[in-house]
Design a protein around this ligand. Structure first.
Ligand code: ADP
Ligand code: MG
Length: 692
C-alpha cells in the first residue's frame, strides 16, 4: 500500500498505538521518520561460520541442527539447547522463553543463529541468540546474505528485528525512499549521492561497504543525509529571522533610568561593555524585534549589559525576562538584579520550577500585573500559565545550555498584543565562526572582547595526580590566608549518580585531610534548595573549600575564591576547562588553577593542558580548540545545547557548513516550495521553529 511520507506510522500495517508510543521514543512519528532513523552500527552477518570455528568473545552467525533441548530448573527455568553442525557443537541458552518457542526448538530442527559467543562451564554457548528457522532445503529465509545488518538506536520493548522490519516496510510503502527535496543537479560533482541511493546504502549496505566510514559518519551516504538536515535547520532559522524582522516590536527609547543605573555602579564600564550596550540600545529603540547574540568571555561582565537592556524596557513601561540555565545561576542573577534595580524603584521577581506553590502564585501575579518589571527565572519562565503584562525583551543567558526551541518559546510569550519581544542572547562559549553561523543563523552578533581591569593574574599549572598531597597542602595554605578554594571532581560520563558519588567520596577524604576547614559539596543530584544553601555559604565565606562536580561551570561568582583544583583535567575539553577556570581570578588577588591529570597524557591532552597554561583568552582558546580537534575529538559544547540534530553532528560535519549556506541561498531564491517541505521533514510542524 503506498503511503505519504508524512502519514503517521500507525498507517503502516502492524503498527498499533502501543508500538507507536515506543517508536515515538525514538523520535519516529511519521512514516518517513523511519526512513531517516539511521543505524548506529552494523554487523556482518553475511558469513556463516562453521560451529567448530567460532571463538568466544565475538559475535557470529552459525547454522546447524537442534540435537537436544531441555528445560533445566535451577533458580529459574532455563531452556538449554544443544546445537551442532558437522564441525562441532555449542549450547544455546534461553532464560525467557514461551511454551511455543520450546516446542518449536525440537530435536532435528534446523536453525540459523546470531549472537555473542562466550565460554560457558561446559564449552561455548550463545545466550538468547537471534534465530530463524531454516527450511528443509537449508536456505536462509531472508536476503541477509546480501547486506550488512543495521543496528538501530534501541528502546525498551522494541527488538532490533522489529525495527528492521518496520524500516523495510516504510521504505517499501514510500516506493523506495521519501521524495528527493534537493533540486536536480545540486549535488553534481560533490561526491554525495541522491537521497534514495543514500538511504538504500545506509539501511542495507552491501557486504563490501566501508563499515568504518559508515559508523564514524564520514561515509558520503551519511553526509548526504546530514547535509539535508543541516540545510533544513539553516532554512528554518533564516525563515524565522526573516519573519521575525517583519513583525513589530515595542520601540524602547530609554529615559534616564539606564544612566542612573550605570552611574550608580561601583565600577566604570569597560570600553567593550559600553560599545555593546550602545549596540543593544540602538536595536531596542527600533520598532522591529532585536535578535542579537552577545558573546563575552567568562567574567567579561555580561550581566551588567543584560541589566542595562532590561532597564531600557522598564523605562519604556514594559517588562524584561531573563532566563538562566540553572537554578543556581538564576538565583545569582536575581540577587544581583534586586541589589541593582530595586533602589531605582524597579520590581524584580523570581520564577523557578522548584519554588513553593504560594511563592509561585505570588510571583505569577506580579508578572501578570506588570508590578514586576524584571522577571528572572529558569526555563520555568516559558511554561504554561506564565502570563506577562507586557513583555518587551527576552534575555537568554548562557544560551549554549538551551536548545533553540526553548529560546523561541520564551519569545512567544510577548505575542498577545501582536508585538514580538526583542531578543538578547548571551553566551560565554566562544564558538568557531562556521559553527556560529550554523547555530545562530538568525542572530546579529556583538562581542565583549575585554575583561574588566584590576583582575588578579591566574597561574595555571598541570601536575600528575600523584602530587595530590602537595595540592592539599596548597589548599591548607591558601585557606589559612583567608582565601577560598574549589575542588572540581572528575567528569563521569553519562551518570549523574556516579559523578555525585565520586564527589561525595572526595569531599569525605578532603574533610579528613583538612580537619580545620569547613568543606562543602555541590553536585547535580542535590535538591536545588540544598545546592543553593551550600553556594550561599560558600559565597558568604562560611565554607572555605567547595568540592563540586562540573555543575559550577557556569556563571557562579565568588571573588574571594582564588584557588581551583581540577581533577582528571586531561579528560575535559578546552572550552569546559576554560569555563571552570573562569570561576577564579574574579577578585584582585592572584589566583591559581591546578590541573591534575592521570598519566600517560595523549598528545591532544598535552596540547590542551599547554593551551590552558599559556592563555586565558577565551577566543584564543576557542581557536586552539578548533585547531587541535582532529576528527573524532568532541566539541567542548554539548550538541544538545546547540541544535537538536538527528543525523548530523556539528563537530563532525563542520566541513559541510559552507555548502549548507550556499544551498540555503539557492533554495530561498528559487525553490520556496522545497524550503517548506525540507523544514517540515526535519523540524516538523510541532516544533516552534519558524512560527513567529
Ligand atoms: P560574565 O560575563 O561571566 O557573566 P559577570 O557579569 O558575572 O561576568 O561579571 C563578573 C564580575 O565582574 C562580577 O562580579 C561583576 O560585578 C564584575 N564586573 C562587571 N563589569 C565590570 C567592570 N566594568 N569593572 C569591574 N568589575 C566588573
Ligand atoms: Mg554570566
Amino acid at each position: 500500500m503506498p503511503l505519504a511520507p508524512e502519514d503517521p506510522v500507525t498507517r503502516l500495517s502492524g503498527v498499533g498505538p502501543a508500538l507507536a508510543t515506543r517508536l515515538e521514543r525514538l523520535g519516529v512519528r511519521r512514516v518517513e521518520d523511519l526512513a531517516f532513523l539511521l543505524p548506529v552500527r552494523y554487523e556482518d552477518r553475511t558469513r556463516v561460520v562453521p560451529i567448530g570455528g567460532v571463538r568466544p568473545g565475538g559475535r557470529a552467525v552459525i547454522e546447524g541442527e537442534v540435537l537436544l533441548a531441555e528445560v533445566v530448573r535451577r533458580r529459574r527455568p532455563t531452556l538449554v539447547v544443544a546445537f551442532g553442525d558437522a564441525t562441532g557443537m555449542l549450547t544455546l541458552r534461553f532464560f525467557h522463553f514461551t511454551a511455543r518457542q520450546q516446542q518449536a526448538l525440537a530435536r532435528g530442527v534446523r536453525l540459523r543463529c546470531f549472537g555473542e559467543v562466550r565460554a560457558g562451564q561446559r564449552g561455548l554457548e550463545m545466550v538468547h541468540p537471534e534465530y530463524q528457522h531454516l527450511g528443509a532445503d537449508a536456505q536462509a529465509g531472508t536476503d541477509d546474505g546480501v547486506a550488512l545488518t543495521p543496528i538501530y538506536p534501541g528502546t525498551e520493548g522494541l527488538p532490533q528485528a522489529r525495527i528492521r522490519q518496520l524500516v523495510t516496510r516504510a521504505l517499501a510503502a514510500l516506493g523506495g525512499a521519501p521524495p528527493e527535496l534537493l533540486p536536480p543537479g545540486t549535488l553534481a560533482g560533490r561526491g554525495l549521492p541522491a537521497l534514495d541511493e543514500a538511504l538504500q546504502l545506509l539501511h542495507r549496505p552491501p557486504p563490501d561497504a566501508d563499515l568504518a566510514a559508515l559508523e564514524s559518519g564520514h561515509h558520503p551516504a551519511r553526509r548526504r543525509i546530514a547535509l539535508e538536515e543541516l540545510l533544513a535547520h539553516q532554512l528554518a532559522m533564516r525563515a524565522l529571522r526573516h519573519r521575525a524582522r517583519r513583525r513589530s516590536a515595542w520601540p524602547l527609547a530609554g529615559g534616564t533610568l539606564v544612566e542612573r543605573f550605570l552611574a550608580g555602579l561601583p565600577f566604570a564600564l569597560t570600553g567593550a561593555q559600553r560599545r555593546v550596550i550602545a549596540e543593544v540600545r540602538a536595536d531596542l529603540s527600533e520598532p522591529v524585534p532585536m535578535m542579537r547574540l552577545v558573546q563575552g568571555d567568562v567574567g567579561s561582565g555580561k550581566t551588567v549589559v543584560a541589566a542595562a537592556a532590561a532597564l531600557q524596557a522598564v523605562a519604556a513601561g514594559a517588562q524584561a525576562a531573563i532566563m538562566a540555565p540553572t537554578e543556581l545561576l538564576g538565583e545569582q542573577h536575581h540577587a544581583n538584579f534586586r541589589a541593582w534595580l530595586e533602589p531605582l524603584g524597579v520590581g524584580v521577581c523570581w520564577l523557578s520550577g522548584s519554588q513553593p506553590a504560594a511563592a509561585r502564585r505570588e510571583a505569577l501575579a506580579r508578572v501578570a500585573s506588570g508590578e514586576a518589571g524584571v522577571v528572572v527565572g529558569t526555563h520555568a519562565l516559558f511554561q504554561e500559565g506564565v502570563e506577562f503584562a507586557r513583555l518587551a525583551l527576552a534575555i537568554i543567558d548562557e544560551q549554549h545550555r538551551f536548545g533553540v526551541h526553548q529560546r523561541l518559546a520564551l519569545t512567544d510569550k510577548g505575542s498577545a498584543d501582536g508585538r514580538r519581544p526583542h531578543q538578547l542572547v548571551m553566551t560565554a562559549t566562544p564558538i568557531p565562526r562556521t559553527l556560529a553561523m550554523a547555530t545562530y543563523a538568525d542572530l546579529d552578533t556583538s562581542v565583549i572582547d575585554e575583561l574588566p581591569p584590576g583582575r588578579g593574574r591566574v597561574r595555571t599549572v598541570a601536575m600528575p595526580e600523584s602530587r595530590r598531597a602537595e595540592v592539599v597542602a596548597r589548599i591548607r595554605e591558601a585557606c589559612a590566608a583567608g582565601r577560598q578554594a574549589y575542588w572540581v571532581c572528575p567528569l563521569v560520563e553519562e551518570s549523574d549518580q556516579l559523578q555525585a558519588q565520586a564527589a561525595e567520596d572526595t569531599a569525605t577524604v578532603l574533610a579528613e585531610a583538612l580537619p580545620e576547614l569547613a568543606v562543602g559539596l555541590v553536585h547535580g543530584r542535590l535538591r536545588p534548595a540544598e545546592k543553593e544553601r551550600v553556594m550561599r555559604a560558600f559565597k558568604a565565606g562560611e565554607i572555605q573549600l567547595l568540592v563540586a562536580t562540573t555543575v559550577i561551570e557556569v556563571g557562579v561568582d565568588v571573588p574571594r575564591a582564588s584557588l581551583m583544583v581540577i581533577e582528571n583535567a586531561e579528560r575535559m575539553g578546552l572550552a569546559q576547562l576554560h569555563q571552570l577556570r573562569g570561576r577564579i581570578g574574579r577578585g584582585e588577588d592572584d589566583a591559581s588553577c591546578l590541573l591534575l591529570y592521570r598519566p600517560p597524557l595523549s598528545e591532544a591532552a598535552t596540547a590542551r593542558l599547554a593551551a590552558m597554561r599559556d592563555t586565558r583568552d577565551g577566543f584564543e582558546i576557542a581557536r586552539i580548540d578548533l585547531e587541535l580537534r582532529g576528527p573524532g575529538e568532541v566539541l567542548g559544547i554539548r550538541q544538545t545545547g546547540l541544535l537538536a540534530l538527528r543525523a548530523a553532528d556539528l563537530a563532525r560535519d563542520q566541513a559541510l557548513l559552507p555548502l549548507v549556506r550556499e544551498l540555503a541561498d539557492l533554495l530561498l531564491q528559487r525553490h520556496p516550495d522545497r524550503v517548506a517541505a525540507l523544514t517540515r521533514r526535519w523540524i516538523g510542524e510541532g516544533a516552534r521553529y519558524g512560527q513567529v
